[in-house]
Design a protein around this ligand. Structure first.
Ligand code: FE2
Ligand code: FE2
Length: 389
């Protein structure tokens, strides 16, 4: 009798451990996005939860008072063995995924972060920023030469700051990608201050732990605000769609937009886009263009407050789009494999290029922003002006 009681206690502990690990995994930053956009990960997660449900059910059934004692004992053993198997798998997964938490990282890089309170120059252009996204260090398909050349061109051009909109790494939980990135930033940017946003690839899987060790070290969240007198940069945490845009981030964003005077100029930066041309992924059937979730839940707010410009990466192309009073720029061309020709052209598209690697030169004037899309060598590809709303 005592032996059976012990079996039941062990069983309860195993079920608890496995359920807690699954809850932890499901709530990892960006993990449900990975599952939503990649059905194979969704199937793995659902299978794990189904196994957990099976061991809970077996345990509950084993509590029923069967007349036949032999059957009862057998059921308890079956329940214990299945619980052990499932918890073994989840614990192994947990141990692999928490490695970043305990890994020491190299951090002796001589890099300046863009500070949150800065001054504009007195003469125009008042500020000169370089922006690009999706370098994907660690990906075999990325173009290392283009990536380095973009950094060299930026480093030689006297920018006040360089902003990278995420997907710095191919898989965030391999810290060597961030080391490579920071070495290249240090070697090529000539001391240009940087600010790096979290991308969906950086968040893979439990990758945010490494990201925080290298970038945005002192920030509580993955969204922030940088002020230059009456020009403001708001960065948002959007990885795959608007699911990371929870009530807390929405409230924070609205409070920033309420606080900034209407006559000031605001640019908003995020990894994932709202408006963008693109393609339908033949493997997953997912539409990598005009992201309705972001358009309805985020862009609608930005347009309501007359934000001048929204910049994103995620799709590996360059594009300029316009909707309502707000302009949209996609600049995901910092070295990650360029997207195939867009099958779907967004109705908001004004200019589109997916044949060049490069970056965006953004110059701030008193009443406008001048945008110039440049290739890796700094050659102009397209230029336009966004007026203060
Ligand atoms: Fe990317
Ligand atoms: Fe991405």
């Amino acid at each position: 009798m005592k032996k059976i009681k012990n079996i039941q206690i062990v069983n309860i502990i195993l079920i608890l451990v496995s359920t807690l690990v699954l809850l932890w995994l499901t709530n990892l930053h960006g993990f449900t996005g990975l599952c939503r956009w990649n059905p194979q990960y969704n199937r793995i997660l659902l299978s794990l939860w189904a196994s957990d449900l099976i061991i809970i059910t077996l345990f509950l059934v084993s509590l029923i008072n069967f007349k036949n004692k032999k059957n009862k004992k057998l059921l308890k053993w079956i329940s214990l063995i299945t619980s052990s198997l499932v918890s073994l798998i989840t614990i192994a997964l947990f141990l692999v995924l928490i490695i970043p938490t305990f890994s020491k990282v190299e951090s002796n890089y001589n890099l300046k972060e863009i500070e949150s309170n800065n001054s504009l120059r007195e003469n125009e252009p008042l500020l000169k920023l370089a922006i690009s996204s999706d370098p994907h260090w660690g990906s075999e398909n990325s173009n290392q030469d283009a990536r380095t050349q973009i950094l060299k061109t930026i480093g030689d051009s006297n920018y006040d700051g360089f902003l990278c909109l995420g997907d710095v790494s191919e898989i965030g939980s391999t810290y060597s990608s961030y080391d490579l990135a920071l070495k290249e930033f240090e070697n090529n940017l000539n001391g240009t201050p940087i600010h790096v946003l979290l991308g969906n690839h950086d968040a893979l899987i439990n990758g945010t732990v490494f990201f925080k060790k290298y970038f945005q070290k002192n920030q509580e969240n993955f969204y922030s605000r940088i002020d230059y007198d009456n020009f403001h940069i708001i960065t948002l945490d959007l990885l795959w769609d608007a699911k990371e845009f929870n009530k807390k981030q929405e409230t924070w964003l609205i409070s920033q937009l309420e606080e900034i005077p209407q006559e000031d100029m605001i640019i908003v930066l995020s990894h994932c886009f709202g408006y963008c041309s693109g393609y339908k992924d033949p493997e997953t059937g997912k539409e990598w263009y005009d992201n309705k979730d972001v358009i309805e839940n985020v862009d609608s707010i930005l347009e309501k407050y007359n934000v001048e410009l929204v910049l994103s990466g995620h799709n590996h192309l360059m594009e300029f789009l316009k909707h309502s009073n707000t302009s949209y720029s996609i600049i995901g061309t910092m070295g990650g494999l360029l997207d195939r020709a867009s099958e779907y052209i967004s109705p908001q598209s004004v200019w589109l290029d997916n044949t060049h690697f490069g970056y965006l030169d953004l110059q701030v004037y008193k009443d406008s922003l001048k945008l110039t899309y440049k290739d890796q060598n700094g050659i102009d590809l397209y230029s336009t002006v966004v007026k203060n709303n």
